[in-house]
Design a protein around this ligand. Structure first.
Ligand SMILES: [Zn+2]
Length: 337
């Protein structure tokens, strides 16, 4: 009954245009059926950081209370993980964003890696993130956008901005708001890895095979360097599906070539059968993506963007697992300040 009410409440509404959230907090649902009857009157509120958050604890609820299409799709996985989900709508740039934090329990170590899935239409990316939750303590931050890439016409991966940044190459100037990055990265300690996951359409524009992708090992821009798995992969790690040019670990930095820590890690990633693509970020033409934002903040050595061919959830899981093993070896948690 409650679930039916929640469906009616608008969580799964479809169609273009701004949405009016009519979603109560799950805690309120648990509190009583009577409250569920008042769903339509519950308003949205931003969730500023609190001292509770700084201890690594989030107020989260059973995933079964969230009838999101993705959670229905991956219900077997969520069931096995017994996930705890915090729904935290917030305002930034004149838009109400629907943020979800996924954890195995309300409390995780402050040093837990932050895993980010920004595009709601990229199901393989979410599958990879769920795979990481199965492996270890992480917080997965994701945005509900009714299974679409854009929300209110805005790409969430063009919303990351720091005060004082040059934003002329950012497409959503009128929506830029530093609260967006602050809210998504709220529980990140600034010293642990950030893993962002995206699905990548096959091929690339202009490849002569009707490719649609925007990133590929075969389509380098002048400020990029490719480190293909095929050059160094251990024989036991070679996997042609994994090393498809559409599957890659995208890393960034402020310099023409990767930094010291990245340079030590890249051969290890290749040996594990993973392609690596490095991109130099120019502060004057940065695009307000998460990768550019963290690079400008001097944090690029901690940032890893998994690009997986759309629909290939098996490869997404393999990539996340192999990436985390390499990260553990090169950025051990015990060495983090
Ligand atoms: Zn994406």
């Amino acid at each position: 009954m409650v679930v039916l009410l929640l469906f009616k409440a608008g969580w799964l509404t479809t169609g273009p245009g701004p949405k009016i959230r009519t979603w109560p907090t799950p805690s309120a649902v648990i509190a009583g059926f009577m409250l569920a009857l008042t769903i339509g009157s519950v308003g949205a509120s931003a969730q500023p950081a609190t001292s509770e958050n700084l201890t690594g604890t989030v107020a989260c609820d059973d995933w079964r209370l969230f009838p999101d299409a993705d959670f229905v799709r991956f219900s077997d996985t969520l069931e096995s993980l017994d996930l705890c989900i915090a729904y935290e709508p917030f305002q930034a740039g004149g838009i109400e964003w629907r943020l979800l934090r996924l954890q195995r329990s309300p409390t995780i170590p402050p040093s837990a890696p932050l895993v980010v899935v920004l595009h709601d239409d990229e199901d393989a990316a979410l599958a990879g993130a769920l795979g990481l939750l199965a492996l270890r303590d992480v917080q997965v931050v994701t945005l509900d956008a009714n299974e679409q890439r854009l929300w209110n016409g805005v790409d969430p991966n063009r919303m990351f901005v720091a005060q004082g940044a040059v934003v002329s190459a950012c497409p959503h100037l009128q929506h830029l708001d530093h609260r967006f990055a602050a809210t998504l990265l709220r529980d990140w300690d600034g010293q642990s890895p950030v893993v962002s996951l995206h699905s990548n359409a096959p091929g690339y524009l202009g490849d002569g095979e009707n490719g649609r992708g925007s990133i590929s090992m075969l389509s380098l821009k002048p400020h990029q360097h490719a480190y293909p798995a095929s050059l160094r992969a251990e024989p036991s790690e070679i996997d042609t599906r994994l090393s498809d040019p559409d599957n890659l670990i995208y890393i960034t930095g402020p310099t023409p070539l990767p930094g010291e820590q990245q340079s030590a890690l890249i051969p290890d990633l290749q040996a594990r059968g993973l392609n690596v693509l490095y991109s130099r970020i120019n502060p004057l033409s940065q695009d307000c993506s998460l990768s550019d934002f963290l690079t400008l903040a001097g944090q690029s050595a901690l940032y890893f963007n998994i690009e997986v061919k759309e629909g290939d959830t098996a490869v997404a899981l393999t990539m996340t697992r192999r990436l985390m093993r390499a990260i553990d070896q090169h950025i051990p948690a015990t060495d983090r300040p």
